[in-house]
Design a protein. Sequence first.
Length: 447
Amino acid sequence: MLTLFSQKKSILLLVLFSITACQNTPKINDDDLATNGHLAAPNAIAQALMLSPEPLISTPIVHDNIWQRIRSQLSLTVPDNKEVAKWRKYYLRHPNFMMTISERAEPFLYYIVEEIERRNMPIELALLPIVESAYLPYGVSNQSAAGLWQFMPVAAKRFKLTRNWWYDGRRDVVASTNAALDYFQFFHRTLGQDWLNAVAAFNSGEGRVGRAIAKNKRGNKPYDFWSLDLPRETTAYVPKLLAIIDILQRADEFNYVFTPIKNSPAVTAISLESQLDITLAAEWTNIEAKELVRLNPGLNRGVTPPDDRYKLLVPVASATKLQNKLASTKRTEWLRRHEYKVKSGDTLSEISVQHGVQVSAIKQLNQLSSHSIRVGQVLVLPLTSHVLDLSEFTRYGTKRRYHVVKSGDNLWDISRKYKVKVQDLVRWNKLSNNSLLQPKQKLKVSL
């Protein structure tokens, strides 16, 4: 059993994504950063990350509550300006917000804090998923950003976050956290050694922030975040984080409650050498399948990938029981599967459509090197019909209620009443945008 949360990990694990490094440290200058659409090459990122570690921000103090642990190490200066004040006022008007955040973050926050401390980075970065995704691993933006850290597909590819039919590394909390911290370290080293500039770049891209810095330098102007000409979204993004930092720092003064989270590992990782069905693992450990799905949001199909040694996150109290069960059970029984005998005229594409399994997944599971199959050949296919509907986790931790449709109701009015989006109502209830609602029809609403 592998525990993820030891503080004594080697610093040589700093770069987790096998980015090939050049022998010489790259020279990154203002002109490079100012190039329109320029992104640093992977070798530049690797070399920037392999420089000397950041200076220690502060020495962690032992606390019972993880929020107290974070609070004791806050180091970024929060200015008293209009933008920060606006967002501070907004969060203070929603005192239940942080209760919801605590519920969602509870399984993952300890690991994130441990990793940030291990890298000697500002502890405030552990609060950024509140701004990015409200700590929803299944959150997806309208621009296809996904996960706690809201990685776009291009950024995911750049930082080696695997995405396939089985798995999406953007939603995997451990993988995406390490990729995000790699990202921040690179930004910090190349954007004026300024953590607020690094946070801004995470939102709008290093090219945009780099060009703004270069422009200010040419005009002999300061190039801290507050002096840069950046998009409106970014100029609000950083103050949102700073407002949360300020509220946490002065929680007693504001009488604002961060629901306590134990300052100890909530989950443990178990290394798997074969595919495992989440519902079977749940049965073997008397855990609800929904809970295991929640802890392993990178899984697309409720089963682990067939090609890698996947590390399954499970509650600490259940780890030994599951490991013992795995040790006493044949690996062929870890996955619910069925066999399909190839008939004359069959193609992998037709079998894929018929059974709802991507061609690439069939090839992986059956170790096929090409699309060629022969009559009488037996293919192993995963049973995916029993897998939970992942859409119900996109607002995990929120309250679910139902609206009973009355005569004259429409999706727009209902969305305004509950302060949700029409597209969310459509998704939660599997409707079309122009669906006609029927009186007494019950609609799911997540608040």
